[in-house]
Design a protein around this ligand. Structure first.
Ligand code: 5GP
Length: 191
């Protein structure tokens, strides 16, 4: 059986990562999105084991100790990490594995797994990003300002990614991301 591939999907909050990943899942067979662990509290409607594994600080520390994370980072005010074993298992099963993680984590993955494909989703402009965050209506203006600062730092790292995808038009961005992922899936089938 052909081996699977590992894709990292990063980009500022509001760039549309979540929507693009959901669309890829619907349309590319054999794709799987990793469920991260986090020390942040669940938001309304979020379920343990589905959206995240919600852990205490002690539980998170224990996984770090046993080298159980592929990568981990502090994002905003909490820690987030990718459980290593389930990623390896799904790649072994020949799946296209997606990690929706921040830039600090993405660059750690690149160091540890040079074959990983790093995709950076960027908004058409910083003004557009701010407008999208305001329109979402889920965050206060202080949180939006903080996210904009983080976004500026993240945008400086995009040159370290393998593929930068502008999410201006959602349908076009989806098609481009599908094409990118499928090109690696196809190559493996031909081997
Ligand atoms: P949220 O708390 O809004 O769900 O996610 C906040 C940020 O954490 C997002 O930028 C998301 O990509 C990032 N994130 C989620 N899971 C992980 C992970 O396992 N590792 C890293 N490094 N970042 C993550």
């Amino acid at each position: 059986m052909a081996n699977g591939n590992l894709f990292v999907i990063s980009g500022p909050s509001g760039a549309g990562k979540g929507t693009l990943v959901a669309r890829v899942l619907e349309r590319v067979p054999n794709t799987w999105v990793s469920v991260s662990a986090t020390t942040r509290k669940p938001r309304k409607g979020e379920k343990h084991g589905v959206h995240y594994y919600f852990l205490s600080d002690e539980e998170f520390d224990a996984i770090i100790e046993e080298n159980g994370f592929l990568e981990w980072a502090t994002v905003h005010t909490a820690r987030y990490g990718t459980p290593l074993q389930s990623v390896l298992d799904h790649i072994d099963e020949g799946m296209q594995v997606l990690l929706e993680i921040d830039v600090q984590g993405g660059l750690q993955v690149k160091d540890k797994v040079p074959d990983a494909h790093l995709v950076f989703i960027e908004p058409p402009s910083m003004e557009e990003l701010r407008e999208r965050l305001i329109k979402r209506g889920t965050e206060t203006i202080d949180v939006i300002n903080a996210r904009m600062k983080v976004a500026e730092v993240e945008m400086r790292e995009k040159k370290k990614y393998d593929f930068v995808l502008m999410n201006d038009n959602l349908d076009e961005a989806t098609d481009n991301l599908l094409e990118y992922i499928e090109s690696f899936a196809r190559n493996n089938e031909e081997e």
